[in-house]
Design a protein around this ligand. Structure first.
Ligand code: BGC
Length: 480
């Protein structure tokens, strides 16, 4: 029976597009995910995000669920096109901002701290029409949007996350036809978008730092998908394959912000530079960061926002030319990984490999001088059922490994956030995968929620601050 260390706060997370619904309520304009999910064939199960959990309508119920769990904070995101229907800050939607303002007030009245993600992938379609993250002016637009949020909510919101998982929305959105906006420009457009997103993030951080921090006294950072990547064996080639994968998948975003030198990881600069030359490009497809840009981005996160689900094991041997398009991110990386001998989870990217989270936390600690870490997401996906022993098992083992990272290794972890409060719209997979502590009945007009066993277990974890066993958790039918 392991105790949670004092000072480790426990919460849950969601994101606007995945739970809100109300896709065209009031003056909200479409986001790129509205557009994308309306194209037949794009979402694997044929669903869309029009209504999802109907949190826009029934938000007070979500707060009751949070209260029931006893969480100290709630991480949710703001829909940019709900607040700024044109995408630009010339006109703020009263209904849009009013919704979030009431929501924040209600959280605080219930003793729950808001942790707000400014961008969890739902760009206004109007800005996408102008190039979205591939247009360098996105840094202006994002800074303007950030200012609106600081001005309207910053008196009450004390933890801001600029971008959620740049890799997922940029590499999948601009390099592979997997995510909105479905721009397929592998090894070119995706890299342009990464550079612009890093600059946009840094602009929002500097703005807060210069104009708002003193008065509002909050913190602001970025969340990076930090799944672990390591060599499939101890051979030097495989170890290097793991390092290359870690640089491409994580370091691309973390190195410019958290390292003492700044800039993109050397391995990436070299590999993409060499391949670009071989392929006849007059310059590297990886856009350069000028010294001024490197300095501007460096140090722009008050904490390391850490999302983690699983670990992959990499090797160079299995990589075959022709497996991936040329040029592309995967071809530039030039190594392939899988989940090794582990038993695959129903939602494969949540395959349970708890020692990987400890390694990933140590990687952050060692590389970036032990920054403060907020674990902003961790969770397990399956296909439903309220007796979710598998989910409890996953959480128990991961939290146990996190406690080792804190207590044995000295990692500076301040929060743990379960993904997710409830089942929701899982991007290109639609409503089929289930990640919720609460099950949502998507057939029911009201989207009634039912506490899973894991919700009851998590509630006990928070109340007792003890990592209890699933068998001792008593199931009761609790509906919201
Ligand atoms: C994202 C969430 C997503 C979760 C589970 C993360 O990559 O931030 O939006 O639902 O993983 O796949």
């Amino acid at each position: 029976m392991r105790k949670l260390p004092d000072g480790l706060q426990v919460g849950v997370a969601t994101a606007a597009f995945q739970i809100e619904g109300g896709w065209n309520a009031s003056d909200k304009s479409p986001s790129i995910w509205d557009t994308y999910s309306h194209i037949p064939g794009k979402i694997k199960d044929g669903t869309d995000g029009n209504d999802t959990c109907k949190s826009y309508e029934y938000y007070l119920r979500d707060i009751k669920m949070l209260k029931f769990l006893g969480v100290s904070f709630y991480r949710f995101s703001i829909s940019w096109p709900r607040v700024l229907p044109s995408g630009f800050s010339n006109k703020i939607s009263e209904d849009g901002i009013g919704y979030y303002s009431r929501f924040v007030d209600e959280l605080l009245a219930n003793g729950i701290e808001p942790v707000v993600t400014m961008y969890h992938w739902d760009l206004p379609q109007s800005l996408q029409d102008l190039g979205g993250w591939a247009n360098p002016l996105i840094a202006d637009w994002f800074e303007d949007y950030a200012r609106v949020l600081y001005k309207t909510l910053g008196d009450r919101v004390k933890t801001w996350i600029t971008l959620n998982e740049p890799k997922q929305f940029l590499i999948h959105g601009y390099g592979m036809n997997r995510f909105a906006p479905d721009i397929v420009s592998p090894g070119i457009g995706d890299y342009m978008a990464v550079k612009n997103a890093l600059l946009a993030h840094a602009r929002a951080w500097h703005l807060y730092d210069k104009e708002y921090r003193e008065k509002q006294k909050g913190t602001i950072g970025i969340t990076i998908a930090t799944d672990f990547r390591e060599g499939a064996s101890d051979s030097p080639a495989d170890i290097e394959a793991g390092n290359i994968a870690m640089d491409f998948e994580v370091g691309f975003y973390s190195h410019p912000i958290f390292s003492s030198t700044g800039g993109f990881p050397e391995r990436m600069i070299k590999r993409i530079g060499d391949k670009s030359a071989e392929q006849g490009f007059p310059r590297s497809r990886l856009p350069e960061l000028s010294q001024k840009e490197i300095e501007f981005i460096k140090g722009t996160s008050d904490f390391y926002g850490f999302n983690h689900y699983s670990t992959k094991f990499y090797t160079m041997d299995k990589y075959k030319n022709g497996t991936f398009p040329v040029p592309s991110y995967e071809d530039d990386m030039g190594v392939v990984g899988d989940y090794g001998n582990y038993e695959l989870a129903p939602i494969i990217h949540t395959t349970k490999i708890p020692k990987g989270i400890r390694k990933a936390l140590n990687w952050v600690k060692d590389k970036y001088n032990n920054p403060q870490v907020l674990i902003t997401e961790n969770g397990y996906g399956n296909f439903g059922g309220v007796d979710d022993f598998d989910r409890i098992d996953y959480y128990s083992d991961y939290i146990d490994a996190i406690l080792d990272a804190i207590e044995v290794d000295g990692c500076n972890v301040k929060t743990f956030t379960a993904w997710s409060l409830m089942d929701n719209f899982e991007w290109d997979s639609g409503l089929t995968p289930k990640f919720g502590l609460f099950a949502v009945d998507f057939e029911d007009e009201k989207r009634t929620r039912k506490a899973r066993l894991s919700a009851l277990w998590y509630k006990n974890l928070i109340a007792d601050r003890t990592l209890g066993s699933a068998d001792e958790t008593e199931f009761e039918e609790i509906l919201f």
